[in-house]
Design a protein around this ligand. Sequence first.
Ligand SMILES: *Cc1c(COP(=O)(O)O)cnc(C)c1O
Length: 345
Amino acid sequence: MRIVDLRSDTVTLPTPEMREAMYRAEVGDDVYGEDPTVNRLEELAAERLGKDAALFVCSGTMGNLVSVLTHCGRGDEAIMGDLAHTFLFEAGGVSALGGVHTRTVRNLPDGSMDPAEIQAAIRPDNVHYPRSRLLCLENTHNRCGGAPLSPEQTASMCTVARDNDLSVHLDGARIFNAAVALEIAPKELTKDVDSVMFCLSKGLSAPIGSMICGSAEFIHEARRNRKIVGGGMRQAGIIAAAGIVALEQMVDRLEEDHANAHLLATGLAELPGIEIEPEDIRTDIVLFGLSPEVMPADQFQQKLNEAGIKILAIGDQSFRAVTHYGIKKEDIALALSKVKWLLGG
Ligand SMILES: *Cc1c(COP(=O)(O)O)cnc(C)c1O
């Protein structure tokens, strides 16, 4: 049976070109700055995102953690969306390891936050309050269905931060999906932020790794914080080699994932009991609801799974399906036919 795994774009397997590049990678000790392949990946990433420097880290979670540790001291406050990945899904790392206090502002359905609400969350200088130090944005926004933030939305949120002497970190795990969906260069989406993290191991299909990009000074400090969390790797060029292939060969094809996500969304919208607005689906993440009268969420997920279609139940009769390099147009047709069969019988 063909398995169609739509749980996440993290299930992507490395391409043959990545395997080849990994095999051939020239390596050295990266903690000494001597791995030429890591150095090349860091230069390439910085250049693509319009920053001075970059740092290779083990995961997106580590990238966000190291970035927040670099921006904030203990007791400082980081403002972020109430649906931010860093707030919901990173095990509270910024608090657990950094002593950083998080303050949430409501995420709007488009992944942004109201600049006036950000302004209202910023603390005045008062001995009772933590210091507001950092604003964290997310693009595309995972929990908001892969919504891409435009440069204008980004700028209006960053302006509030700037006016109040806060730094801005962008969780750009899927920033290339945003750039492809908006048909602009990724650096247009990062020009107003101080630091950005993006993942090589999601839609870009590399096996391991994420990048932090920022000023040379910021990355110098981040390198120390990466060491603190145990993320200093040695002959990391073996995995960085796949990251270079990811940036050079896997960005433009994200369009195919977005087209497949759109196909899935329009197909789902025609089925009874499914709640989805296909025009809200703009990148690779498809969120949809299922009416409780039709079937409880856990049963729907389990039956689909048994039929070879894997999706994630994300609570409250809601589901997530993500398209990626391992998913072809025929897989979408297959997934839709199985959902239809399940709802029909
Ligand atoms: C996946 C993800 C991360 C974390 O990346 P990992 O490599 O899984 O640790 C961070 N932010 C967002 C928005 C993500 O989707």
